[in-house]
Design a protein around this ligand. Structure first.
Ligand SMILES: [Zn+2]
Length: 198
């Protein structure tokens, strides 16, 4: 039986899927499938995201998306998937995990790249890894007695480390005063003014 364009297209698509499967399986050989991804939620808590799957983030491997076709692939569709497959070489840097967690207003799902989880100090497979960072965030942002909040970066600062500045914005029109507190040792005031001019 003669192989149709569709057979050929599906065949290449299968090869691409197989490459992805092999990459994920190779990673799973030396790593356990994670159950949760932990992530800092502001300075207040550590969010627990339930892992629902592992897959390749194909957009990270190749620019553009996998060629697809409508109804029947043309010769051109086939050529484009052949070309795509030649460039398609996923490795463990392209692995990611889909996840889900509940918020008060419903359930949220998303996807995190493995590299991001391993290198971002706000994410980890182990909850205890995030505790030092959570502590640091609390020290910077949790309201404290004797401290005031910078209107731009929201860090808690001692009054002596703040200066008052006026930022002109329509957003602030209902406030009693245009004067707000900003860090003395950084450009928070001018950054805030720029943010309101944008
Ligand atoms: Zn600031």
């Amino acid at each position: 039986m003669k192989e149709t364009l569709l057979d050929k297209f599906n065949h290449i698509e299968l090869i691409i899927k197989k490459k992805e499967e092999n990459t994920c399986n190779a990673w799973l050989k030396s790593n356990e499938m994670p159950k949760f991804i932990y992530e800092l939620a502001g300075y207040k808590s550590i969010r627990e995201k339930k892992v629902t799957g592992i897959r390749i983030d194909s957009h990270e491997v190749c620019e553009g998306f996998i060629p697809s076709f409508k109804k029947r692939p043309t010769r051109k569709d086939l050529d484009s998937i052949i070309e795509y497959n030649e460039l398609y070489d996923p490795n463990e840097n392209h692995i990611g995990f889909s996840y889900t967690y509940s918020e008060t207003y419903g359930s949220i799902s998303g996807f995190d790249n493995l590299i991001d989880i391993l290198t971002n100090n706000r994410k980890s497979f182990r909850k205890e890894d995030l505790i030092p960072e959570l502590k640091k965030m609390k020290e910077l942002y949790e309201p404290r007695e004797g401290y005031l909040e910078c209107a731009y970066c929201h860090k808690q600062r001692l009054p002596k480390d703040l200066r008052q500045a006026t930022v002109i914005s329509r957003m602030y029109i209902n406030y009693k005063s245009n004067k707000r507190n900003y860090c003395k040792d950084s450009d928070c005031a001018s950054h805030d003014q720029m943010a309101h001019e944008g």
